[in-house]
Design a protein. Structure first.
Length: 120
């Protein structure tokens, strides 16, 4: 029987408590351009080695994403504050998203600051 090693992304997904997933900017084919390098350099300069990991992904649609695994919410906030143009890859607003709670997708995007749990 062939034994295969577990992909690092799967290991990181199980190990790190925080994930920040962002859309690649809509800049045509270039995507993140140099911004991705800037983000990785920021992480290397501001967090101890082993306190973050990075991976590539896709959204429910066609947009590319990248994700960062982090060890604390504080680090996630500092990271996002350092890169204000980043857009969280929230595909729960996508028409192709469904779940047992939202079988036909989200009808509208909740307003910022709205904390109500029910639909209105």
């Amino acid at each position: 029987m062939v034994r295969r090693s577990t992909p690092q992304q799967k290991i990181d997904d199980a190990a790190f408590p925080i994930r920040v997933k962002v859309f690649a900017p809509n800049r045509g084919y270039g995507g993140f351009g140099n911004l991705l390098n800037d983000m990785i350099y920021w992480l290397q300069d501001n967090l101890p080695g082993g306190d973050f990991a990075q991976y590539y992904g896709r959204s429910l649609g066609v947009r590319a994403t990248t994700g960062f695994y982090l060890r604390s919410l504080e680090d996630a906030h500092r990271f996002l504050d350092a890169f204000p143009p980043l857009e969280l890859a929230d595909d729960t607003t996508s028409s192709s998203y469904s779940s047992p709670v939202l079988p036909f997708g989200r009808k509208s995007v909740p307003q910022s600051g709205s904390e109500s749990g029910g639909e209105g």
